[in-house]
Design a protein around this ligand. Structure first.
Ligand code: SF4
Ligand code: SF4
Length: 169
């Protein structure tokens, strides 16, 4: 069956602020061959309250950091195609499905997606949940770090690498 994204002008990639975990950023770095600071930044999670899938519910909201892509539309969009599809953030790859399996196709041409996505997202919700939970844990570690003098992004990416190496996610 034809992928309807081929016929779409990529509303999703142009309309959302693209949020990501440290694990998403590591995959995108590897695929794009660029350091994270070239395309990623910290977002305060409270800015993302419109998106219950990716909002991190942390206690200290002054340091509730999620990561995200700097550009809007997304820097990895070229001629309405994702140039890093296999390494795109899991929330992109699940779109228009939410973690609970429901469809939220606010910016998507729903009829074609309903046909295309009838069997569900290719990324399973439990994989995304595991990475979100691991991301929350390392943000909490950052929050608890004395002085918070190190660069937050470097800290999150280093801890994500360590967690991947240990096979926890
Ligand atoms: S990473 Fe790819 S799928 Fe996600 S917003 Fe960017 S271009 Fe779109
Ligand atoms: S997921 Fe929907 S909005 Fe995004 S490119 Fe595909 S058809 Fe367009």
């Amino acid at each position: 069956m034809a992928n309807p994204c081929r016929f779409c002008d990529a509303n999703c990639c142009k309309s959302y602020m693209i949020t990501a975990t440290a694990f998403d950023i590591l995959r995108a770095m590897e695929r794009a061959g660029r350091p994270a600071d070239g395309f990623a930044m910290l977002h305060q999670a409270r800015l993302l309250a419109f998106d219950p899938d990716t909002t991190l519910d942390m206690e200290d909201d002054s340091w509730t950091y999620l990561l995200g892509f700097k550009s809007h539309p997304c820097a990895f969009l070229d001629k309405n195609r994702c140039t890093i599809h296999a390494s795109a953030p899991l929330s992109c790859r699940r779109y228009p499905f939410q973690l609970d399996g429901k469809m939220n196709a606010r910016f998507c041409p729903l009829p074609s997606q309903l046909i295309f996505r009838i069997r569900g997202a290719d990324i399973k919700a439990d994989m995304m949940k595991r990475e979100l939970e691991a991301h929350k844990r390392i943000v909490k570690e950052w929050n608890a770090a004395p002085g918070r003098k190190a660069d937050c992004m470097d800290f999150l990416l280093r801890r994500a690498r360590e967690i991947i190496a240990s096979g926890i996610v």
